[in-house]
Write a protein that binds this ligand. Sequence first.
Ligand code: NAI
Length: 307
Amino acid sequence: MTDTLNFEGRVVIVTGAGNGLGKSHALEFARRGAKVVINDLGGATSGGGRDSAVAQKVVDEIKAAGGEAVANGDSVEDGEKIVQCALDTFGQVDVVVNNAGILRDATFHKMTQEDWELIQKVHLGGSFAVTRAAWPHMREAGYGRVIMTASGAGVYGNFGQANYSAAKLGLHGLAQTLAIEGAGKGIFVNTIAPIAASRLTESVMPPAMLEGLKPELVTPLAIKLCHESNTDTGQLFEVGGGWVSRLRWEQTQGARFNPAQGFSAEQLADEWDTVQSFEGAGHPKDMMNTLKVVGELIGVDLSLSKQ
Ligand code: NAI
């Protein structure tokens, strides 16, 4: 099959591209003609440390295969520097794949302030910093594709990962608002929640699972969402092991009370089954449905107000 999703003329930043998923994404973007910024701090899985050879190795691999790439060893916390590297080397930035990540797992009662802050800084802060630095250039060009890398741990929660879960679902919140703000400028932002064998998962997954969960089975989704033909935005996908699936919100019809009269906790308890029943549930795409329902109850057309 020929590759129709071509990235000739596009400049792609992949953060954390020295290993695992980021490396797989970067190699494939380059193979499809993109000029790629290989960002990687080259640190430990729990943060700390630095090794510029990690990014350079991937650049060497891309160049040996006839592709174009540049190494960048800054932390994603210094997003400006990474975007400047793309501009200085290739003159533009079309795609940002926010992928760099670390783990500081601990059960909540043992989680330190440092465990919490470092995870927020790298995942949420790093994705903010790189995307924020690229954003004005994308707006000016009227074009951009951005990926946030979340996790099932953020979507569903996971024992020992309170810090990581909070940051990872935060990334989807960030993506949803950027999707709204970017749509008019041709900037589309989506979130992927991958599962793959990597440095981060090698100690928690059994060998047979690691064997099957190749990072290359996640990359086609990143390629598809970052291509100019993609118009999906603000979406959340789960991907791994050959499976790609979309997630969405589901909202029950809910119980309704007269706001003028108020309602007690006991009245709410009587209606609890209605609050919880997914019969006839909707799948809201934005805040409009909530504003409409609440507006109807209080007798004000909230849909006309600024969200
Ligand atoms: P990995 O450890 O193989 O790759 C992550 C890369 O990010 C490393 O090369 C590391 O040096 C780099 N990095 C870490 N901190 C950095 C910083 N401050 N600045 C620049 N680079 C930095 O791990 P993997 O699994 O490939 O992870 C990629 C992303 O996917 C992460 O955001 C992770 O949380 C996410 N993820 C991975 C899952 C999996 O099953 N492997 C599951 C869910 C999410």
